[in-house]
Design a protein around this ligand. Structure first.
Ligand SMILES: Nc1ncnc2c1ncn2[C@@H]1O[C@H](COP(=O)(O)OP(=O)(O)OP(=O)(O)O)[C@@H](O)[C@H]1O
Length: 325
């Protein structure tokens, strides 16, 4: 797990001071995939670099796997970092080394003997689906394959935490999806805690359990993705479903925006409504999205007729439905 408590990071001093992180507190529970979403300059890179202290916060505490990192000496920090793997947008592979030797690199650094190293590299190659590429050089690989090597290298020392620094930003949509699927699979199979930074909502939508939205160095929202999507007015819900503007020529009925998540999205809610009430239902706008294999949707309805209020109350009482009127 990762816990950030009141992290501040200021670059430079005096007139040149830049406040990159401003009182950031986060909790990434063990075994979850946590996304930090933000636009360019929001402070995402600074934040992820503070997790393994590649960047030292100006103040605040960083706790990873139960250990407060800011108080460790150099040897303690080196050891703690072995439990934190990291993958990068541009892969950062060594061009003159083969795939197998790139993956072996961190094992050489910790002094692991050659036979164990070779065994471990073999396991890692098959874990990321590159068993046939051991002797290839990075230049001979596609972007997706290079990132798989990056992932294998990051997992070499069996870390509990994997950090992903915009790991799919340089990849096309299909390759992005396959890398995200691999991360989700590793998260499940190894119980790996994953913290990723991204400016892409699709990444959050595809794999994140939890998300924090970073703006100008501050966390403006955080929580379970499912909860935030369902929460009217949240930043995440707004990204998924941009505000639906009712058309001017509405018929004077009651307006209700319903958001449905998971099981509620599978129910034939509108046909139930029409069966139970003397009500007219006009769909004025909306959309349906898939979030980690679950469907979520938002519809703007206009309810008219004698039972319009009762129909709206019925919608409000349904579990899994959020209604704004
Ligand atoms: N080494 C540095 N020295 C001074 N200012 C810095 C340094 N690194 C980052 N900054 C500033 O800190 C702020 C946050 O930068 P950061 O790179 O963390 O944002 P980001 O969200 O990762 O952006 P991007 O997506 O463009 O990489 C920016 O205003 C940036 O200019």
């Amino acid at each position: 797990m990762i816990r950030f408590q009141n992290i501040r990071k200021v670059y430079g001093t005096g007139d040149h001071a830049v406040k990159a992180l401003d009182d950031v507190s986060l909790h990434v529970p063990a075994g979850e995939i946590f996304g930090v979403l933000g636009q360019s300059g929001a402070g995402k890179s600074t934040l992820i670099r503070c997790v393994n202290l590649l960047e030292r916060p100006t103040s605040g505490s960083v706790i990873v796997n139960g250990q407060e990192l800011t108080t460790l000496d150099a040897a303690g920090l080196r050891k703690a970092r072995q439990q934190i793997g990291i993958i990068f947008q541009h892969f950062n592979l060594l061009r003159s080394r083969t795939v197998a030797d790139n993956i072996a690199f961190p094992l050489e650094v910790i002094g692991q003997a050659k036979p164990q190293r070779e065994k471990r590299v073999k396991e890692l190659l098959s874990l990321v689906g590159l068993a046939d590429k051991a002797n290839a050089y990075p230049a001979q690989l596609s972007g997706g394959q290079k990132q798989r090597v990056g992932i294998a290298r990051a997992l070499a020392c069996e870390p509990k935490v994997l950090l992903s620094d915009e790991a799919t930003s340089a990849l096309d949509p299909q390759t992005t999806r396959s890398i995200l699927d691999l991360l989700r699979d590793l998260n499940r199979r190894l119980g790996l805690t994953v913290m990723l930074i991204t400016h892409e909502m699709t990444v959050v939508k595809h794999i994140c359990d939890r998300v924090a939205v970073l703006r100008d160095g501050r966390v403006i929202e955080q929580g379970l993705v499912d909860d935030l999507v369902a929460q009217p007015g949240s930043e995440i819900a707004h990204e998924f479903f941009p505000r639906i503007v009712p058309p001017k020529e509405k018929n004077g009925g009651l307006l209700a925006t319903i958001t449905f998540v998971g099981a509620a999205a599978e129910e034939p809610i509108l046909s139930s409504l029409l069966r139970k009430f003397d009500v007219g239902v006009n769909i004025l706008g909306g959309g349906i999205e898939t979030v980690r294999e679950k469907r979520v949707g938002r519809l703007l309805l206009e309810l008219s007729g004698p039972d319009a209020s009762a129909a709206r109350n019925f919608l409000e009482e349904r579990t899994g439905l959020k209604v704004e009127t």
